[in-house]
Write a protein that binds this ligand. Structure first.
Ligand SMILES: CCCCCCC[C@H](O)CC(=O)SCCNC(=O)CCNC(=O)[C@H](O)C(C)(C)COP(=O)([O-])OP(=O)([O-])OC[C@H]1O[C@@H](n2cnc3c(N)ncnc32)[C@H](O)[C@@H]1OP(=O)([O-])[O-]
Length: 294
């Protein structure tokens, strides 16, 4: 089952000393766009086996317009298919991860065109990315911004981040998970309060206490911490990492017994990989494992 992953993995990019790369990081200086020279709304770069995608629409607080999502989908798909990449970090600016879907772009849309074109349907392609994605959130994560963070696998927040679903104040409702994923993350009462008022937001600390966010860091550290965690994940066995992501995501879709069976079968399947032999063998031999993603 790992046959498709048997090609030798290019290790050249992993040789870059990560500690030095992290400490030198400033988005404006280092960001490049290798996936496409024509990116308008994103900056992308790689750090060893970690891909970093920065939402970059500063004048509109990273409001999520259609063009931004077309680019985001393409870039994520490219990194997902790139064997030199093991995990992805998505971030925004210090002021805003994203202040929601672009209100000005959608305000005149009509029901029939929304329905027949499945408006926003393709915006959720991020949930089909198989490598882990960490959201490093500073500033506003409102509406679609909060929903985008929730589509990621792990959320780290800067200490001044704000999470909210203000759609009701615009005469609409959350359209990409605010009434669904948020409930699973923070429970019914908090989700109701946030979505029904549109003005009760969660601070980073409240979001951590509620379970929406894994960790809170000082704003200027959150991206480095996200990249460090992403790097740890990226240097494990990529196919086994993908199985973990798959199994945990199935827990949202399956009844418990079916989910447990799914997990057990994937656990069995890891024994078909060289990486399981390497990981357990290295433990027994008291050395570090060298995973080769096959
Ligand atoms: C993952 C898939 C996602 C799918 C999404 C599904 C649908 C989703 O559920 C629906 C939404 O998100 S509905 C949306 C839910 N979100 C909301 O309702 C939040 C709306 N935003 C706000 O309430 C305020 O901007 C803040 C309180 C965030 C900041 O206030 P502040 O510090 O006084 O800053 P400021 O001066 O106000 O903003 C600076 C510039 O940014 C501009 N801009 C900002 N957000 C924008 C947006 N969403 N749109 C367009 N533009 C937006 C703003 O107009 C201004 O531009 P200008 O050309 O200079 O005039």
């Amino acid at each position: 089952m790992f046959a498709a992953l048997r090609q030798p993995l290019a290790r050249a990019s992993a040789a870059k000393p990560l500690a030095r790369a992290f400490s030198a990081y400033t988005p404006a200086q280092n960001a490049v766009a290798p996936a496409s020279p024509k990116l308008e709304y994103l900056l992308t770069e790689t750090r060893g086996r970690v891909a970093l995608v920065t939402l970059h629409r500063p004048k509109a607080l990273n409001a999520l317009c259609n063009g931004l999502f077309v680019e985001l989908n393409q870039v994520l798909k490219d990194f997902d298919n790139n064997k030199d990449i093991g995990s992805i970090v998505i971030t925004g600016s210090e002021r805003a991860f994203a202040a929601g879907a672009d209100i000005k772009e959608m305000k005149d849309r009509q029901f029939i065109e929304n329905y027949s074109e499945d408006f926003l349907g393709h915006w959720t392609q991020i949930t089909r990315i198989r490598k882990p994605i960490i959201a490093a959130v500073n500033g506003f994560a409102l509406g679609g911004g909060c929903e985008l963070a929730m589509m990621c696998d792990i959320i780290y927040a800067g200490d001044k981040a704000v999470f909210g679903q203000p759609e009701i104040k615009l005469g609409t409702i959350p359209g990409a998970g605010g009434t669904q994923r948020l409930v699973k993350a923070v429970g019914k009462s908090k989700a109701m309060e946030m979505c029904l008022t549109g003005s009760v937001n969660l601070t980073a600390q409240e979001a951590e206490a509620a379970g929406l966010v894994s960790k809170v860091y000082p704003a200027e550290q959150v991206l480095d911490e996200a990249i460090k965690t992403a790097s740890k994940i990226a240097n494990l066995s990529t196919p086994v990492v993908q199985m973990v992501k798959d199994a945990i995501n199935q827990s949202f879709e399956m009844p418990l017994q079916a989910g447990l069976t799914f997990e057990r079968r994937l656990f069995h399947a890891t024994f078909a990989s060289n990486d399981q032999k390497e990981g357990m063998g290295a433990f027994a031999e008291k050395r570090k494992p060298n995973f080769t993603n096959n």
